[in-house]
Design a protein. Structure first.
Length: 114
């Protein structure tokens, strides 16, 4: 796991999909660094991506999705995140790990709150 990913409160393990697909997709395991600090994680943002799928490997994560409210996902849950949906992480368990697959591999994240 490396700490050079999108979020300071997470560690990332790249699964090599970006190189294997010539940049079409990225897949990584994200390990959340606990305990959760709501002042750091709770920032509204969106991802400029064509496809985003998340699968909870361990623990749980609670997020707010615009138009869908607060959702808690636990180990074994997965979801397809709609394109450019505004969302924010509210909480996660100390053992939370998720698998994330995104297309394209070099997707952009837009912060909507500072």
């Amino acid at each position: 796991f490396k700490t050079d990913g999108l979020r300071t409160y997470a560690q990332y393990r790249d699964l090599g999909i970006t190189d294997a697909t010539g940049g079409m997709a990225v897949a990584h395991v994200i390990k959340m660094v606990g305990p959760c600090d709501p002042k750091i994680v709770s920032k509204m943002h969106l991802h400029k991506a064509d496809f985003q799928m998340i699968y909870v490997l361990k623990g749980s994560m609670t997020s707010h999705f615009e138009g869908h409210g607060v959702q808690t996902m636990k180990a074994g849950d997965s979801w397809l995140q709609p394109q450019s949906i505004k969302h924010k992480v509210l909480d996660y368990s100390d053992d939370c790990e998720v698998l994330e697959i995104v297309m394209p591999g070099n997707f952009k994240t837009v912060e909507l709150e500072k």
